[in-house]
Design a protein around this ligand. Structure first.
Ligand code: C2E
Ligand code: CA
Ligand code: CA
Ligand code: CA
Length: 275
């Protein structure tokens, strides 16, 4: 038994060590990723539920690593947040998204672009000033997606910047609603235009008893607060049909489209347009 335990502990620490050195290697590589042009954006369409028109897209970051292939954001955004590189990444995302938006506008597609803003950045005054000036200069139609927890660290700073964004015409969406420590106090304080219900509630919409109740009451709550509601993670026609009945405003998920590179997005938009 003692030998067993010893073997387990050794294995465990070897795994820990591997994880740690892996993280350090990724952190190191991340530093050169922007300069080496390894980042790219994919855009997931958001559909207005009543009309089936594309209302906008969400920009989702991808990293094409030279040895590991394409790495999803869940694996490097947290690292970027820890190392302070999230600022440079987010600035690149906003600039690239504005360029792609201008390109689509020239091609006749007027849609809004949603950008994910990390909590750490939200309260940073100099980032907020830069973002406001950049969106203004490009005449961008931009939404910022923020999570409720983003406001916990520095509530005063975050709220001040959110208000400045909202005053400048940037649309504010509360992301992943319901997945964290949701609080009515935040809903009351945040100047938000849109509430995005987390996909964990949408996946059980037609199989569980509770999820449809939670989703329906969240839609009612958001509408009472004059916010639009987006359901993310819509994967089945049954879920889509139920969301329509419930009055959900916008739907997003694999059923409609995955996150697409800009050229495929343009094809998707052109096809939608001619339907
Ligand atoms: P998120 O903001 O909640 O983005 C939605 C995620 O759900 C995306 O994963 C999207 O591909 C995925 N998704 C969309 N439809 C479905 C569906 O029907 N079913 C399922 N199972 N998943 C669906 P992705 O692209 O891997 O992004 C993961 C997270 O990484 C994002 O979650 C966001 O928090 C973060 N992220 C992505 N890009 C950025 C960025 O530019 N900046 C920051 N700060 N975070 C980002
Ligand atoms: Ca998001
Ligand atoms: Ca989300
Ligand atoms: Ca998420």
């Amino acid at each position: 038994r003692a030998q067993d335990l010893h073997a387990k502990l050794t294995l465990f620490s070897m795994q820990d060590h591997a994880d740690l050195s892996d993280r350090l290697a990724l952190m190191r590589d991340l530093r050169g990723a922007l300069a080496q042009d390894q980042m790219f954006l994919c855009y997931q369409p958001k559909l207005r539920a009543r009309t089936n028109h594309v209302d906008g897209v969400e920009a989702l970051l991808r990293w094409r690593h030279s040895e590991r292939g394409v790495i999803p954001p869940d694996q490097f955004i947290p690292l970027a947040e820890e190392t302070g590189q999230i600022r440079a990444l987010t600035e690149w995302v906003l600039e690239q998204a504005l360029r792609d938006q201008a390109h689509l506008r020239d091609a006749g597609h007027e849609i809004s672009f949603s950008i994910n803003i990390s909590g750490r950045l939200l309260a940073e005054q100099s980032f907020a000033d830069w973002a406001l000036a950049t969106v203004r200069k490009a005449h961008g139609r931009i939404a910022f997606e923020v999570t409720e927890t983003a406001v916990i660290d520095d509530p005063d700073g975050a709220l001040r910047n959110l208000r400045a964004f909202a005053d400048a015409g940037i649309w504010i969406a509360i992301d992943d609603y319901g997945s964290g420590l949701s609080s009515l106090a935040y809903l009351k304080a945040l100047p938000a235009n849109e509430l995005k219900i987390d996909k964990m509630f949408i996946s059980g919409l037609t199989s569980s008893h509770r999820d449809p109740l939670l989703v329906r009451s969240t839609i009612e709550l958001a509408h009472a607060l004059e916010m639009e509601v987006t359901a993310e993670g819509v994967e089945t026609p049954a879920a889509l049909a139920l969301l329509r009945v419930m009055g959900c405003d916008i739907v997003q998920g694999f059923l409609i489209a995955r996150a697409l590179p800009i050229n495929e997005l343009e094809t998707f938009l052109t096809r939608q347009h001619h339907r």
